[in-house]
Design a binder for this molecule. Structure first.
Ligand code: SAM
Length: 271
């Protein structure tokens, strides 16, 4: 069945946390079926892929040993990554804004027999008690969709135990210099790396914001993590595998062989 996408116009403009959430929840509800149909096999029902380059957590080891650990995935979608953590002996839980994504998570729970208990919530108000988790992670999940990143990081700090691990993947910040096109057009720098104005899609008919992504530079992320009491241990920039010829939105072999598409941070909270 075709998803009903309203005609939109793309622009860069300031948007609040509330507007971001009001737009992105319904957008991910609309997109969830297509997202899972298109990328589900690549992700794997019990797989953990950090991004379109296909780097797995098994290869990267950014989370450390998850066996016996309490683990929270932010922006968990259909819970594939959290399910992989469960398969490795970790007690992983999912959190996502979009109800339809969580319905896909339940569907895969039933099909795979590996259940990820999940909650519908926003990463800026995590509904768990302080010091509940040893590890919090996010694979292209909530972080680039929230406006109030200070609140989000403060929430991660609150629910982590002292010495806890935080790891996340995001669109590589340098990508914001280029238009989001998988072809050669997407190799021409035409936008300022330092322009943090969010990318916004506005519904033509209603004038309402219908999708938002937020940009922070590499320096911004370092400052956010260090300022919140984290010691950064990893910044991975996975290379595009020469044999991988699969597009994922604006990610492609054409671009991936020349410029990084994903940044993965790993950091430890002070003990
Ligand atoms: C690109 S998907 C990634 C999902 C999953 N990690 C994966 O690898 O397939 C981004 C997810 O972030 C969720 N999301 C967006 N904004 C969020 C927020 N403020 N809080 C929690 N989840 C959010 C979306 O609903 C969506 O499921």
């Amino acid at each position: 069945m075709e998803a009903a996408y309203p005609p939109v116009r793309a622009e860069r403009r300031a948007v609040s946390e509330e507007e971001s959430r009001r737009a992105n929840g319904p957008d991910w509800d609309r997109y969830a079926d297509e997202y899972q149909a298109t990328h589900g096999a690549f992700l794997g029902d019990t797989g953990f892929v950090w991004g379109p380059e296909g780097l797995t957590e098994k290869e990267a080891g950014v989370l450390g040993d998850v066996g016996g650990r309490e683990v929270l995935e932010l922006g968990s979608g259909a819970g594939q990554c959290a399910r992989w953590v469960r398969s490795q002996g970790g007690r992983a839980y999912g959190l996502d804004l979009a109800h339809r994504q969580l319905q896909h998570s339940s569907r895969i729970d039933d099909a795979s027999g590996v259940v990820v208990p999940s909650v519908q919530a926003t990463a800026t108000a995590i509904p768990f008690a302080p010091a509940s988790f040893d590890v919090v992670f996010c694979s292209f999940g909530a972080l680039q969709f929230v406006a109030d990143i200070d609140r989000c990081i403060a929430e991660v700090v609150r629910v982590l135990r002292p010495g806890g691990r935080f790891a996340f993947s995001i669109t590589h910040p340098t990508r914001w210099m280029f238009v989001d096109d998988p072809g050669p057009e997407g190799l021409v720098a035409s936008q300022s790396y330092w322009d943090r104005t969010p990318y916004v899609e506005v519904d033509d008919a209603s004038g309402e914001v219908s999708y938002v992504e937020h940009h922070r530079t590499l320096g911004d992320w370092v400052g956010l993590l260090a300022g919140a009491g984290f010691r950064i241990t990893d910044l991975l920039e996975p290379q595009w595998p020469a044999e991988l010829d699969r597009n994922w939105g604006g990610w492609s072999r054409t671009r991936g062989l020349l410029t990084p598409g994903t940044a993965i941070f790993g950091a430890d909270l002070a003990p």
